[in-house]
Design a protein around this ligand. Sequence first.
Ligand SMILES: [Zn+2]
Length: 274
Amino acid sequence: MCSLKNRVLTNIAFCFFFSFLYAFSQPYVIKHLNFIEDLELIIGSAAKLPARWTGIQNVDKDIPILILAGHADSQGIAGAGTPGEAVDKYGLNPMNPDITDELFWNLKLQASIVQLGKKRGLDIRSYDPGIRNIDDANDSRTNWSVGKEFAKKGGYPIEIHFDSYGKHGIGAGLIPPFFEVPNTIDESIARKFGRFPILFRGGLGAPRRQIRILEIGKLEGFLEKKLRNIKTRQKTINFISHEIVQALLSGINRQVIFNPTLDDDDTFLPAIYL
Ligand SMILES: [Zn+2]
């Protein structure tokens, strides 16, 4: 009896052991263990443009943050944002026929970032002009006007976007402010999402008003499928907003370890290699 009982227990133990091994050999478990690769997997590759800036300017611990949804005030013919690959290339229905899919997702993410940011103790808010087509960019109700005023008062305004699909887009990354020295929050976000040159397209309207632009990723492929699939939608939005809030917190707390890339001329090798 005793030996039979021992054999049964040994078999159960083996069973647990191999189940454990099997589970950890599965891609979904590995994916969850490796957070950074997960972000790259979801948002796609970062912009591969030459950008040499580093955000070293310190910020106040209680710096107010404003999250703007790109194209919320410009649903006209120009500047409406990308319709995304699903609609434009594959003819799927837009998420909301009144606005582009980019704005649809920008708004969802904006709400999620602010909600999570507040939970994590940030002084964070959003602005939505409500009116979807304001012709004059300098109208006091546009994203740009509100963001510009916010920056003037010492705040950190950032406008979130999804980039165009395929060859129409560039990829993820942060476009820093045009006239201000990039700060530690800019650096923290750029390290996670990638960076665009300060002079990108001659200095866009938002960065000229000290509003940062964060391109989260191209609205295509894996990312767009994850967003459109009702089963993975909220998880994907939560995951991206978590990554953004984490970058904001790290930038404010200066948990950024500086390791700037050296130019070839700056690099020297120990004598042993010469
Ligand atoms: Zn956009």
